[in-house]
Ligand binder design. Structure first.
Ligand SMILES: [Fe+2]
Ligand SMILES: [Fe+2]
Length: 366
């Protein structure tokens, strides 16, 4: 499976160097990994176009998926928060699903783009694993509760009920792999609060956690580039995965700068940074994740991240600095910028304190 996070493509894609860069990454990854399916993790393409010109939107989604579909590889797409923005969810889902080899459906709660795919053995018809594509909705109606919405209780109930039915039908609990745009709040368990000396390389928590700074916890691998933007309210979705059993991993989009991953209560949680060049990004660090399941042991998997520059690609949309440096140099620059910012803040604070204590000379205008 080849996973693409937050492509954020726009209606001007046909003339956009950013789109061409994204397609280069997609083509290179498809050629190298030769996956059996692709997953688009939401915030795929501006759905404003769907509201304004449905036929142009249909063509745009076909063009977005073309690198995969032209190779005969099916695309499974999920709704990100931005897919919900114009309020034409049904049209968005039916547009994706109308295209050959492109999938998006509402299998469960009406109007919610939750669906699943059972993977069968290559010989015979034995179910081996289940892929779940879940709709994490948009913003929360009550912004005092949470900035982002969550997977609702009726969606969770459908998930658990369907899990139980699939287990009953197959005579055992099937390993499950979940793909969802907005991460669950438990992603913060892959981080820990930063010590003072770690502030330059830490990130601020999201929204209600913005008073704390975080770094990766022990056992967490990958890059923490921003505080995970999960809901502020925990609706118990992660606990439902533990109740259902069989959930091996969950893959999230939404945070464009994070690619960290790790285990929480035995479930692998993986964050995807953007695979595009449109929305906020660290330039050449746009990347894909390849996940491989083995038919003989489908409750185990291997996975690898690969960044744009690591494919040996040259960007048309990035400026000379981000085009030239490597991914890891980009990270180092990122850290340096933060360190310089912290040093400047500390110097300014020291200067202010010194002048204040030396006679209230902090205001140069007096
Ligand atoms: Fe996004
Ligand atoms: Fe998002």
């Amino acid at each position: 499976m080849l996973l693409f996070g937050d492509l954020h493509e726009k209606p001007d894609y046909k003339t956009s160097p950013n789109f061409r860069d994204m397609q280069k990454l997609m083509n290179a990854a498809l050629d190298e990994f030769r996956p059996e399916i692709c997953v688009f993790l939401g915030d795929n393409f501006s759905t404003g176009l769907c509201a304004q010109d449905p036929e142009a939107f249909r063509q745009a989604i076909a063009d977005l998926c073309e690198p995969a579909t032209s190779r005969g590889i099916p695309v499974y797409a999920i709704m990100g928060n931005h897919e919900h923005d114009p309020g034409v969810d049904e049209a968005v889902v039916s547009t994706y699903d109308s295209l050959p080899l492109v999938n998006m459906r509402c299998d469960g709660v009406p109007g919610k783009a939750d669906y699943y795919e059972v993977l069968y053995s290559s010989q015979g018809n034995e179910p081996k694993a289940v892929l779940w594509f879940l709709d994490s909705n948009n913003l929360c109606d009550d912004q005092s509760v949470s900035k982002y919405d969550w997977v609702h209780t009726d969606q969770i109930e459908w998930f658990e009920k369907t899990c139980n039915k699939l287990s009953a039908d197959s005579g055992r609990v099937l390993p499950s792999y979940i793909f969802q745009h907005t991460p669950v709040p438990e992603e913060y368990r892959l981080l820990r609060k930063a010590r003072l000396c770690e502030y330059p390389v830490s990130v601020r928590g999201h929204n209600k956690l913005s008073g704390e700074r975080y770094v990766g916890a022990e056992g967490t691998v990958g890059y923490v580039g921003e505080g995970p933007c999960s809901p502020d309210f925990n609706n118990g979705q992660f606990e439902s995965w533990k109740r259902a059993g069989g959930v091996k991993a969950a893959f999230f989009g939404h945070d464009h700068l994070n690619d960290f991953s790790g285990y929480v209560d035995g479930i692998f949680l993986a964050q995807h940074k953007t695979a595009g060049f449109r929305a906020y990004t660290d330039g050449c660090r746009s990347c894909v994740r390849y996940v491989e399941l083995n038919e003989s042991s489908p409750d185990e998997f291997t996975q690898v991240l690969k960044h744009f520059k690591e494919f040996g690609l040259r960007s048309e949309s990035l400026g000379p600095v981000f085009r030239t440096i490597t991914d890891r140099q980009s990270m180092a620059l990122h850290f340096c910028a933060r360190a310089l910012g912290a040093a400047a803040a500390l110097t300014a604070a020291a200067y202010t304190v010194y002048h204040f204590s030396a006679g209230g000379k902090t205001n140069g205008k007096k």
